[in-house]
Write a protein that binds this ligand. Structure first.
Ligand SMILES: Cc1cc2nc3c(=O)[nH]c(=O)nc-3n(C[C@H](O)[C@H](O)[C@H](O)COP(=O)(O)OP(=O)(O)OC[C@H]3O[C@@H](n4cnc5c(N)ncnc54)[C@H](O)[C@@H]3O)c2cc1C
Length: 403
């Protein structure tokens, strides 16, 4: 493919949940889009599974919300637990019944959303999907951008009126634009494993969403449609291959569930976790969204949700401008709105979640448990807490949800 004529489209780099959602939302508004994805197809990426109530409210009527409801599991309750003492406190999203149409966390594997979007986009007029195309750079002037990519038949270029860089934490677009990505990397990596064993058989009373506090072995336990998933941190000097071996996983599980035999492990992976926000979300006609713009600790399940909020806002602005319903200066509102939420809200909440889960001081732990129990027993305190964790408060601050 040589340069395609005319910047008569919006280019999207990255076929993850954020890039494909951007493509879908633009295509629904009749905006031609071209998506570049370096992989040949959608990979079975099990990272994200939680779709928060605020996100589900925004996705109603887009087709995505309805698909997630069909593919996912509604999880109304969230537990805080310890390995040995069981439940400390349980919070029920029913407290949000007057705040959302979706008073639960919807659990669905992120790859299933990507597969659904990929299938629909493949048959949508005005959508060009360039899989197996790794974007290598871009040039831009006041009229548009020109992307360069390596495809199966060699280098290609494509022109577009605007570009959305949704190409993940190591974003080529962010680096090409020379945008810094300050923040820090957590010292501990995390092991995430998925099993077909019903973990309620070994941890009675488990909800579908659980956070386990422990100074060393803190983590989460989640039910997703395919599997049960657990996470635990790695310790200094632990070898990844050993940790990921059957023996390593069995040893680790027995530290917290003494009688367990190695269950059927279907997914295992180690993740390095960052807390970073891009210095800018826009340069000229190129925008950043999703992990390309912000990374955070997954405790709380906010990374993908925040990325979806980015493109719900950005594509609405671009759609209006594309159809002559708004002026280009409307785009100036995107960065201040969305970057502030990543910096102030998502980072604050996810960092607090991790600190709480690994609290080592006995008095501080006792105070934390008492605080959780107090909130769980008080419907208004539960509601206030869940408004934050479900990201409804963030979306209200942004004016993206009423209230
Ligand atoms: C263990 C774990 C659990 C998590 N759980 C949750 C959760 O429950 N809820 C939540 O909200 N978030 C969660 N997250 C975070 C979530 O996974 C990410 O925020 C989300 O995947 C970001 O989506 P994205 O589309 O921005 O980026 P990605 O999913 O990283 O997609 C980027 C895409 O860009 C492609 N790409 C990269 N470079 C190029 C290039 N040069 N050219 C073309 N294509 C390129 C990649 O192949 C990839 O397909 C979790 C993260 C981890 C590690």
């Amino acid at each position: 493919m040589s340069a395609t004529a005319g910047p008569d489209r919006i280019a999207i780099v990255g076929g993850g949940p954020v890039g494909l959602t951007a493509a879908w939302l633009l295509a629904r508004r009749g905006v031609p889009v071209a998506v570049f994805e370096r992989e040949e197809t959608v990979l079975p990426d099990y990272r994200a599974s939680t779709f928060h109530a605020g996100t589900m409210d925004l996705l109603d009527g887009t087709g995505i919300g309805e698909a997630l409801l069909e593919m996912g599991i509604k999880c109304p309750t969230v537990q805080f637990r310890t390995w040995d003492r069981g439940i400390i406190a349980e919070f029920d999203h029913a407290a949000l019944k007057d705040d959302t149409r979706h008073p639960y966390r919807l659990q669905c594997e992120q790859y299933k959303l990507c597969e659904w979007l990929h299938a629909r986009l493949s048959e949508t007029p005005g959508v060009a999907l360039y899989y197996n195309h790794a974007v290598t750079g871009l040039n831009q002037d006041e009229d548009g951008v020109v992307l360069s990519a390596d495809g199966p038949d060699g280098p290609v270029t494509l022109s577009a009126r605007w570009l959305i860089g949704a190409d993940g934490g190591r974003s080529t677009i962010r680096k090409t634009l020379g945008i810094g990505f300050p923040g820090f990397t957590f010292p501990e990596r995390i092991l995430v494993m998925g099993t077909t064993l019903d973990l309620r058989s070994v941890l009675p009373g488990l909800a579908f969403v659980n956070y386990v506090t422990d100074p060393k072995h803190y983590g989460h336990i989640l039910r997703i449609p395919d599997l049960w998933r657990m996470s635990q941190p790695l310790f200094d000097g632990e070898d990844a291959d050993e940790v990921l071996s059957d023996e390593g996983i069995e040893t680790r599980l027995r530290r917290v569930i003494p009688d367990i035999a190695l269950p059927d492990i279907r997914v295992r992976g180690i993740y390095t976790v960052h807390q970073r926000v891009a210095d800018a979300y826009r340069k000229g006609r190129a925008f950043l969204a999703g992990d390309a713009a912000h990374l955070n600790n997954p405790k709380g399940g906010m990374g993908m949700n925040g990325g979806l909020h980015d493109v719900i806002d950005l594509t609405a602005r671009l759609g209006r401008i594309w159809h002559g319903e708004a002026r280009e200066d409307e785009l100036e509102g995107y960065e201040p709105l969305r970057r502030r939420e990543a910096m102030d809200d998502i980072h604050r909440q996810t960092q607090q979640n991790v600190s709480n889960l690994k609290e080592a001081d006995a008095d501080a732990r006792a105070a934390l448990f008492a605080e959780w129990r107090r909130k769980a027993a008080d419907p208004e305190a539960t509601r206030r807490m869940l408004l934050q964790s479900s990201m409804i408060a963030s979306l209200r601050r942004c004016g993206m949800l009423p209230g």
